[in-house]
Design a protein around this ligand. Structure first.
Ligand code: SAM
Length: 325
């Protein structure tokens, strides 16, 4: 007759074995960013088989599910309930429910709160399976006409002017193409601050991707600013800006910053401030950065003068020494 502790150990092993096999993976399912045809067959199958579909806005996702006659239950998961909902969803996955996470549009985890649930699931030993599809950033990038070999997705820029400018300033030296999400009522501020921080680079605004009014506005940042001064910005927008590189800037002049400033003051009668602003723009750098470089150039020039003076002095000493020897 087996002892009680032996039986309970066997039961414990059996329970572990069964529960291991009943834990379900978390599926991250991409949905369209506009055009309802942009959904994969695999995404439709996973959504159709799910016990629960977690989504940012249940009404919005219901429209997509109704279109494909998917009658599965939904549960809201958004930035205001992500912490509690992550815990709840992890428990339900551990209990064996098959859960798919979708965002309002596009790929979950890209500029939405999915990350917290993914991290919680991984921490609980749950397998996470991506079902890829549309991403606005990638669609905008590939048709922007700007280099795609290396890109930096920077999400949404901060809403406050100062924070937005310093964020752009941080990205100034990156050589990769820059991709941002932006709201239509903030696009002009973003473009103006980008011009100030990055210089007049090539850029594109991809509007209403995959929808009836899809539009690409391409040109230098100053052209895009002009475009949106003349037309009210509307719809969803993704902004793509060329990375730091010699060919993105208006000027191919090899003169130093202080030479440019002097020349602009002399030739065009600009104030020092205006000349600095113009030279900065031509070099593709912010006015602040130009001011810093100008100070550095002046300090270096002063150091060189000083060194030259010392050298001449030393040479005289040396010459004097040689004569004496
Ligand atoms: N998860 C989504 C993805 O995979 O692209 C992005 C979600 S983010 C909260 C929403 C932002 O993406 C919008 O404000 C806009 O900047 C961009 N976006 C979404 N759909 C777009 C579209 N059809 N055209 C242009 N930009 C779009």
């Amino acid at each position: 007759m087996p002892s009680f502790s032996f039986c309970s150990f066997r039961l414990f092993r059996l329970f572990r074995y069964l529960s291991f096999f009943s834990v379900m993976p978390l599926y991250l399912v991409a949905t369209p960013i506009g055009n309802l045809e942009d959904i994969t067959l695999r995404a439709l199958r996973i959504l159709g088989e799910a016990d629960l579909i977690a989504c940012e806005d249940t009404r919005r996702t219901r429209r997509l599910l109704d279109h494909y006659r998917i009658l599965r239950p939904t549960l809201s998961f958004h930035e205001h309930n992500e912490t509690e909902r992550s815990a709840e969803l992890v428990e339900r996955l551990l209990a064996g429910e098959k859960i798919a996470l979708v965002s309002d549009a596009g790929t979950p985890g890209i500029a939405d709160p999915a990350y917290r649930l993914v991290a919680a699931a991984i921490a609980s030993g749950i397998t996470v399976i991506p079902a890829p599809g549309a991403v606005a950033a990638v669609s905008a990038l590939i048709a922007s006409g700007l280099p795609t070999d290396e890109f930096h997705f920077a999400g949404f820029l901060p809403h406050k002017a100062q924070a937005r400018r310093s964020r752009l300033e941080q990205l100034r030296l990156l050589r990769s193409t820059l991709v941002f999400y932006e709201a239509p009522h903030r696009i002009r501020y973003a473009l103006e601050d980008a011009l100030e921080a990055l210089g007049d680079r090539q850029a594109a605004v991809a509007r209403e991707l995959t929808k009836i009014h899809e539009e690409f506005v391409r040109g230098r940042l100053s052209d895009l600013i002009q475009h949106f001064r003349e037309r009210q910005p509307r719809g969803e927008m993704t902004l793509v800006i060329a990375g730091a590189g010699d060919d993105n800037f208006v000027s191919t002049d090899s003169a130093s910053l202080s030479e440019r400033v002097q020349r602009l003051m002399a030739d065009e009668g600009l104030s020092r401030n205006e000349a600095l602003k113009r030279a900065a723009r031509a070099l593709g750098i912010s006015k602040k950065a130009a001011y810093r470089s100008l100070l550095e150039e002046q300090e270096n020039a002063a150091k060189e003068d000083h060194q030259n003076g010392d050298e001449q002095h030393n040479r005289k000493d040396l010459e004097g020494g040689e004569v004496g020897d």
